[in-house]
Design a binder for this molecule. Sequence first.
Ligand code: FE2
Ligand code: FE2
Length: 334
Amino acid sequence: MNSDLQETAMMNAAVDLVLTPNFPRAEYDNSDRARYERCIKTSKRVRWDIDADVFRGRSFDFSRKFLPDGLSKANEVPFLTPDEQRMWSQVQGRTYPAMFGMAERFIGAKTLELASTHRLEDWVCIEGLVRFTDEELKHQELFRRMESSIATRLPSGYAFLADPNHVARNVLKKSTWAVLAFTCHVELFTQVHYRESIGPDEQLSDLYRDIFRYHWLEECQHAIMDEIEWRRADATLTLEQRDHAVDELIALLLSLDALLRQQSSADAGYFMRTCDRNFTVGEQRIIRDTMLRAYRWQYIGSGLKHPHFRELLASMITPAQLMRIDMALHAVMT
Ligand SMILES: [Fe+2]
Ligand SMILES: [Fe+2]
């Protein structure tokens, strides 16, 4: 080897070291690379712009609902008038993008970290993960734009309580396995919400519905890449490490539930203040309980019960560990 080639080889080895600092790594197989290639191809084909494709100069239609009843459970509060049901769906429809914006803060940070752990030979995977990160950054901007627009029309007094950076810092303290499991659950429920509830409901604000259609188009690729990375992280774990990671996943889901209890209480209070009447103590309790049930279903139940998520979990952990997760989340899921 001449000295130029030797120097290049040394530089490549040094770059590889910089890109993979102490990160346990399982190799990809060809089917993973092929799946990454398909994700990149689809990501390029469906890519959209916030203004040119999504907003197109439009505003939200406040005479219509934002979130469908299947997610908001507006139809499970029997004493609400149609106007109040619409407000109920718009209050939850304001929290909905804020929750996604919060989740995408830690998802984007983790994806960026994963991209930096790949060997240079895995450039297809790096490109897939960089596109994934870029899309999550764009989605956060989209959700901020939604909040600014909705805030101009709904009464003052609304508050989204969680600080996305604080939440992200706490989530990212957990193992990669637990963060990717938690992320996969988010990526899968995002899709099922659009496909089964938001997409088919023509009564919703057109812009609101369209936003989640565009979001869904890019999220489909995220779930595939997340699954590949989750399996890759799983292949590096010992039995003890995986058992600990299961506890971390439970802790993440229970922390999310604590956040949902606070936000649903704040949103129920805000909703009641925006209604032009007083509710009895019994009605107030029903409003608070139903709001919490709706949030638990949206952000935990619809992910944990997702057939593909359960299939993935069951393929990586033991039946006893799966039961441990179900037992820990039992109160949340009922
Ligand atoms: Fe997203
Ligand atoms: Fe995503």
